[in-house]
Design a binder for this molecule. Structure first.
Ligand code: SAH
Ligand code: SF4
Ligand code: F3S
Length: 449
């Protein structure tokens, strides 16, 4: 085991994945190398607290680390992310191997803290303060990047949806400065990226906080879309209440903007939406969907849904199913509501019994499977283009190895390509030949570029 080797375990959303990737690059720039858990001198658990039993998940990860490392005191364990923010220094008492806790903003100081802790074996450190502005992070190693890059445009959230812990764990919304975002996008494109996803908890509210620099989300999108070398642009997550006409128009105007939008609905009944404090209603959501489809007729929508929110009646739940049909979501993430500490809905009466939640979730997922099936089936025989992300495990016909990529809707697809080269990062014109359970099979129809 080398002291300067690290292993990161990541739970949670794309922003956590992105934080972990940054931390890895920052540690590598300081001379650390990535290693399997058994061999790592530093182990970081980057945690999520958005839904059920996050503490248990973290404790079981810490238990596994203790088991694999034999509890060696020389192994430095750090807990980062949303559960670290929430539970703070209590981790020092829970697990003696933990010597660093770093919250959502504190993670930016983690590389320096890790070096200090290695030099001072008796020390423990906590980085739990929120900053008042978006703090730029140290640059990490800038080796080649994959074809798909994620760029953070903001931190935190101001919405306080009644069920959600994120505003407490990630803090208030802080927009990143536009020039820094543009520089990072350019750097990723120079390193080989061809697709960029802009990340934030409520991206349409970009710029509308005291860290904002006067650039709106729609203007930022237009600026990024104009960067040379960019083939595809996406963003997550928008909030329906903040999607303005300019954001909708972007789907008509910006060629690299993909015809796919993840637009969280959460629930289909106005009564539940009001209690969730989502600040839109069915009509507003449907009007938004209609405007988006008018701007981009081939737009595919996906969503997040919560079942069994406190007080949700069978009729409320039916309204969610109706909205799913009306919006024709190509896919959805769906969850049973669970109380989160500090979130307002934890105090609401009329909690829905778990067995009712489960039964509703199952019905919802059955409907989604049908909608997803229909969407995938309708892709067959279409001409489209794939961005290749790597080799696929499937064997191609005619001795040609099979490669895996995504279509503009983000659907995974497999295609056989000539065996002469590494096709990662190339665009391939294809015709979709078959829809499998969760992915598409395609045949190349033209030259790669
Ligand atoms: N900022 C994004 C994502 C927030 S967290 C948004 O506004 O959509 C991701 C998803 O987790 C949410 O969209 C919601 O569907 C789900 N979620 C959040 N809190 C939850 C809770 N207490 N119980 C169940 N699901 C929850
Ligand atoms: Fe949570 Fe709502 Fe903010 Fe999304 S918009 S992170 S659901 S509070
Ligand atoms: Fe989880 Fe924090 Fe993301 S709670 S979903 S890791 S913002």
């Amino acid at each position: 085991m080398s002291e300067k080797s690290f292993h990161i375990i990541t739970f949670g959303c794309q922003m956590n994945v992105h934080d972990s990737q940054w931390l890895a690059r920052a540690l590598m720039a300081r001379g650390f190398t990535e290693a399997p858990l058994e061999e790592a001198g530093v182990v970081v658990v980057n945690t999520c607290s958005v839904r059920e039993k996050p503490e248990q998940k973290v404790m079981s990860a810490l238990g596994r680390i203790r088991q694999v490392t034999g509890g060696a005191p020389g192994v430095l364990v750090a807990v980062a992310g949303c559960v670290a923010q929430q539970l703070g220094t209590t981790f020092f008492e829970r697990e003696s191997q933990v010597r660093l806790v770093a919250g959502s903003d504190g993670i930016s100081g983690a590389p320096a803290a890790i070096e200090r802790l290695l030099a001072e074996p008796d020390l423990r450190l906590s980085l739990l303060d929120f900053t008042s502005r978006y703090v730029e992070r140290e640059a990490g190693t800038d080796g080649p990047c994959g074809p798909v890059a994620y760029v953070n445009i903001m931190q935190g959230c101001d919405n306080f949806c009644a069920y959600c812990i994120v505003p407490f764990t990630r803090g208030r919304q802080k927009s990143r400065a536009t020039p820094a975002i543009m520089d990072e996008c350019r750097a990723r494109l120079d390193q080989g990226a061809r697709e960029i996803t802009l990340l934030g908890q409520n991206v349409n509210a970009f710029g509308r906080d005291k860290s904002g620099d006067g650039v709106s989300f729609a203007r930022l999108l237009a600026q990024v879309a104009a960067l040379p070398g960019l083939e595809r642009l996406r963003f997550v997550t928008p909030h329906p209440k903040d999607m303005g006409p300019e954001d909708v128009a972007a789907f008509a105007d910006l060629a690299p903007l993909c015809p796919r939008l993840h637009l969280p609905l959460q629930a289909g009944s106005d009564a539940v939406l009001t209690r969730m404090r989502r600040k839109y209603d069915r009509r507003g959501f449907l009007d938004l969907v209609a405007a988006l489809r008018a701007a981009r007729p081939d737009l595919a929508l996906s969503t997040d849904l919560i079942v069994g929110f406190p007080g949700e009646s069978e009729e409320d739940f039916q309204a969610t199913l109706e909205m799913m049909e009306a919006c024709d979501f190509m896919s959805s993430f769906s969850f049973c509501y669970s109380d989160r500490p500090g979130a307002r809905a934890a105090l609401f009466p009329d909690k829905i019994p778990p067995e009712v939640q489960q039964e509703r979730l199952l019905r919802l997922q059955t409907l989604q499977d049908r909608l997803s099936r229909r969407w995938l089936d309708a892709r067959v025989d279409r001409e489209t283009c794939l961005l290749i992300e790597g080799r696929s495990r499937r064997d191609g016909p005619d001795e040609e190895p099979s490669w895996q990529g995504r279509d503009p809707y983000g659907a995974p697809a497999h295609v056989a390509l000539p065996p002469d080269a590494d096709h990662t990062g190339r665009m391939v014109p294809v015709r979709i030949t078959e829809a499998k359970k969760h992915s598409l099979m395609a045949r190349r129809t033209g030259e790669l570029w």
